[in-house]
Design a protein around this ligand. Structure first.
Ligand code: FAD
Ligand code: SF4
Length: 504
């Protein structure tokens, strides 16, 4: 049989995988399946990113002499039928997608089309499934910090003679500053998008029911643009990434974040090249401190890899996990941005504008509020999946259902919840808000506060025995002793009514 590389829309690289090993001039398959893009109201920029990047790779491979078969079809099944009718004696070979069950689904579809499919290891991660299995053994719960240290040792990144560079594994406590007045974030570069990308953006707008802004598309869609974005990031963003990593500012959607997740998650950049470039920048450039370099490397070598394996191990349960029995639906303002809560309206606006918000907005504003409100994790997961340019089931699900909402317990040891306290300390949102972050009850009280106490109160049974929650339940006891818990519950009941009328 002839083997033909089939390049998935999230694996758009010639650097590794079957395509890298195919002889010059080989036949290559790409499938642009449109049904999946109709499954939810995806952000316009997300669909533009994936479809434009696929079409760009198609043209680049053709110029390099490959015989590219590019099939636009409603479904993968239709595309396989078309392909195997034309190429009956071929076996498709593709890297495993990290999405749960996809290898099996693809195999079934290929079989129905009378074809053959060979699925090989995904080379677009730093770690392999086998290595993770050997490290994890039969454990059912995993801790990121020990995984991360193991990854540092395995790869030798930021290591010196077997010890972490600088003597510590983790400089997280140096990542919590707020920028001084007058600080300007580095400008976000926009690639010089060509006609193909612009036409794809128009076609997406005409063809699909999308959400979010249709102009201002800033994301790289080619390998070259992604490499330029990486250079820009290393030069202008990395030096201040560390200190301001946890801060949030109004009208500042990107701050000093890397803006690389979109390109990484469709294969335009390989995580190890990014990690090595950061390490190199740390060794060569004085302005890149260890807290910045280690902090960014931890996200990519640690969290990103960890999420992929944990997802694999906890699926299929993870997708619908809901250990706190949260059953409320997602408030409308996640889609409309129409709320008086400044932190939420600013953040939703960032997402509508760019299909992006940075990590702390995702965790401490969007997921925090949803957890306090009691939103069903699967529904929030769907919102994230539709709204972000970097959202794919394997990475969104563990981040939202587990890290954001404590749905399962596979790696989170407690819910990441907080009252207005955190937002007030780490952002400038509260200054421009009608609500008062320092009051718990009354008309002006910040909704996060009463919701926070109500969350602890209503989830006492599963959470009180968690030793990491001891301090919080000490405060709950004080509220009860002071007789204020009933008022807080009442406040929450009123809030739910206001939200139902679109008045929160
Ligand atoms: P930086 O903050 O500058 O970090 C550098 C890189 O580290 C990122 O490009 C990304 O590749 C990686 N990274 C950092 N944190 C994580 C993480 N927790 N999981 C995986 N990779 C990480 N990331 C996604 O790629 N897709 C998602 O759908 C997604 N959904 C999220 C949902 C929630 C509720 C939370 C709390 C986090 C989510 N993240 C997701 C992780 C993280 O917020 C984004 O990767 C990051 O904000 C991307 O921006 P950046 O490229 O500017 O990254
Ligand atoms: Fe958000 Fe509350 Fe601060 Fe308003 S007061 S910005 S709702 S945390």
């Amino acid at each position: 049989d002839d083997e033909v590389p089939w390049v998935l829309g999230t694996q758009l690289t010639e650097q590794c995988g079957p395509l890298a090993r195919a002889p010059e001039g080989s036949r290559v398959l790409l499938i642009e399946a449109h049904d999946f893009a109709r499954r939810m109201p995806y952000h316009h920029h997300k669909l533009t990113l994936v479809f434009a990047a696929m079409r760009q790779l198609r043209d680049r491979l053709r110029e390099a002499g490959y015989d590219v078969r590019y099939i636009e079809a409603d479904s993968f099944g239709d595309a396989f039928t078309e392909f195997f009718t034309e190429n009956p004696e071929t076996t498709l070979v593709t890297m495993r997608s990290p999405s749960y069950g996809s290898a099996r689904r693809f195999r079934d579809l290929v079989e129905e089309a009378d074809g053959d499919l060979r699925v090989v290891e995904n080379e677009l991660f730093v770690s392999t499934r086998e290595a993770f299995e050997a490290w994890a053994g039969d454990d059912e719960q995993f801790r990121h910090e020990s995984f991360y240290r193991w990854m540092r040792q395995e790869t030798g990144v930021l290591m010196a003679d077997g010890d972490p560079v600088g003597g510590e594994w983790n400089y997280d406590e140096q990542n919590r500053e707020f920028p001084p007045e007058g600080w300007d974030a580095p400008a976000v570069p926009t690639p010089d998008h060509d006609d193909l990308t612009r036409e794809t953006a128009d076609w997406v707008a005409d063809t699909f029911d999308t959400w979010g802004r249709e102009d201002e598309f800033v994301w790289p869609v080619t390998r070259k643009q992604a490499c330029e974005q990486l250079d820009h990031s290393l030069t202008h963003r990395l030096p201040e990434f560390g200190p301001y990593q946890d801060a949030m500012r109004s009208e500042d959607w990107a701050m000093s974040h890397a803006l690389l997740s979109g390109a990484l998650n469709i294969g335009l950049l390989h995580p190890i090249e990014v990690v090595e470039a950061i390490e190199d920048a740390y060794h060569r450039r004085e302005e890149v401190g260890l807290a910045s370099a280690e902090g960014c490397i931890r996200q990519i070598l640690g969290w990103r890899e960890f999420m992929r394996h944990v997802y694999r191990r906890a699926m299929p349960e993870l997708a619908t996990a809901n250990q706190l029995d949260a059953t409320h639906s997602l408030p409308d303002f996640y889609w409309t941005g129409d709320t008086e809560m400044n932190c939420l309206s600013e953040t939703v606006e960032d997402v509508r504008d760019h299909g992006y918000s940075h990590h702390i907005q995702r965790l401490m504003v969007l997921a925090n509020f949803a957890t306090l409100w009691g939103v069903e994790p699967a529904e929030l997961n769907e919102w994230f999946h539709a709204a972000y340019v970097d959202a794919y089931h394997w990475v969104t699900t563990p981040n939202v259902v587990e890290m954001g909402q404590y749905g399962h317990g596979v790696f989170a040891s407690k819910p990441y919840v907080s009252s207005a306290n955190y937002v007030e300390e780490m952002s400038d949102y509260c200054e421009g808000c009608v609500y008062d972050p320092d009051s718990d009850t009354g008309e002006d009280a910040c909704p996060f506060n009463a919701l926070y106490w109500d969350f602890l109160d209503r989830n006492e049974e599963p959470l009180r025995s968690n030793h990491r929650m001891g301090l919080m339940y000490g405060h709950v006891d004080n509220k009860r002793d002071a007789g204020s818990m009933a008022d807080l519950r009442e406040q929450v009941a009123e809030m739910r009514e206001a939200a139902a009328d679109g008045d929160l």
